[in-house]
Ligand binder design. Sequence first.
Ligand code: HEC
Length: 117
Amino acid sequence: MKKALTILVCIGCIVILQNCGSSKKASKTATAMAVSFDKDVMPIMQSRCTPCHFPPDGRKKALNTYDAVKANIADIIARVKLPQTDNGFMPWKNKKPALSDSLINVLVEWQKQNMPQ
Ligand code: HEC
C-alpha cells in the first residue's frame, strides 16, 4: 500500500515538473518571436532578394526599404511560399536559396505584428 502511494506521488511530481518545463518553453518562444524590420526582415531581404530588388544594381521592383517591403509584404509572402517550380516563385529562378519555413515564418510574424520597424 505504501509502495503504491509512493509511486502515485512520484507520478504526480513528474507531471508537475513536465508542465513547468513546457510553460517556460512556451513563454520563451513567445518573446523570441517579437520581430522587427531592421533586426529580422532586412537581413532576409538582403541575403535572398539582392541584387534584383536593390537599386541601383537591381532593376526589378525596389524592395530595399521599410516602406517598400511593408507595402508589398502580402505579395512577398505569397511568392516565397509558391512551389519552387512556379514562374512567380521568389527568389526568381532559384538564383538564391529558397527561404526555409522558419524564415518565411519571420515574414508572416512580422506582418501579423503589424510590421514594426
Ligand atoms: C535573380 C533576381 C531576383 C531575385 C534574387 C529576386 N527576385 Fe523578385 N523578381 C525578379 C524578377 C525578374 C521579377 C519580375 C518577374 C515576375 O514578376 O515574376 C520579380 C518580381 C518580384 C515581385 C513582383 C513585383 C512586381 O512587379 O510587382 C515581388 C513581390 C518579388 N519579386 C519579390 C522578391 C523577393 C521577396 C525576393 C527575395 C526573397 C526576390 N523577389 C528575389 C527577380 C528577382
